[in-house]
Design a protein around this ligand. Sequence first.
Ligand SMILES: Nc1nc2c(c(=O)[nH]1)N(C=O)[C@@H](CNc1ccc(C(=O)N[C@@H](CCC(=O)O)C(=O)O)cc1)CN2
Ligand SMILES: Nc1ncnc2c1ncn2[C@@H]1O[C@H](COP(=O)(O)OP(=O)(O)OP(=O)(O)O)[C@@H](O)[C@H]1O
Length: 216
Amino acid sequence: MVVPPTLQPPFLLPPTARLRHDPGGMIPAKADLRRALRGRRRDFAALLDREGRLREAADALAAQALPHIRDARVIAGYWPIGSEADPRPLLHALHDRGRAVALPRVTTPESPMTFHRWRPGDTLVAGGHGLLQPADGAPALLPDLIVTPLVGFDRRLMRMGQGAGYYDRLFARFPDIRRIGLAWSAQEVEEVPADPWDMPLHAIATEREWIEPETA
Ligand SMILES: Nc1nc2c(c(=O)[nH]1)N(C=O)[C@@H](CNc1ccc(C(=O)N[C@@H](CCC(=O)O)C(=O)O)cc1)CN2
Ligand SMILES: Nc1ncnc2c1ncn2[C@@H]1O[C@H](COP(=O)(O)OP(=O)(O)OP(=O)(O)O)[C@@H](O)[C@H]1O
């Protein structure tokens, strides 16, 4: 029997968290907000692009994040798709400083995301959703810091991603690994609707600032 994806068990959740907690009838809110925020991110990146400032913004993002994450030894980043905050200058800077850098690889929706070594110039392989991922031969690495792309975030350091659950499941499995979000400043909202399984980030970098609990 083929089980529809929505009925597959969320394996890592405690039984009480399996039913969506939705006291105020908020379930559509998350999907609506995700759509709105993707639109806002696209508009913001398009504006930067029109002004010829995308590279400058990516450099500013790297400058905000680098001082706070350069102590990590193995950093998991991501290869940007669409209008995501561009972490590439940051990944190059980390590599230049002798850090190991890894990129995510996903296969099926159920399989956990894995991380594989990336070095400048490595060939990446097309995955679904426009993703470029490390090739089969790239060695798997266990990061001590994860840099995650965001669709939206708030000052409590709660995040919203693609909604596929890859990062949620990863964070539940490795709660001790530092979780740093990257976003364009335009992706901030007053409050991301949080589900029981959502784990806050330790910090967020935008092209404008570094946001930590003390400064939030
Ligand atoms: N750059 C990047 N790499 C990543 C992720 C990500 O969000 N960004 N992932 C995070 O999980 C994993 C891949 N999973 C993904 C799951 C769903 C969609 C997705 O639904 N994409 C939309 C396009 C969204 C947009 O235009 O912004 C789609 O295909 O319709 C993308 C990636 C690992 N690698
Ligand atoms: N710890 C977990 N174990 C198993 N499934 C999980 C876990 N956490 C979340 N999920 C599932 O992942 C799906 C995506 O959740 P959510 O809408 O919160 O995504 P998100 O906040 O955009 O994050 P992501 O970047 O991980 O996609 C939900 O269907 C949820 O049931």
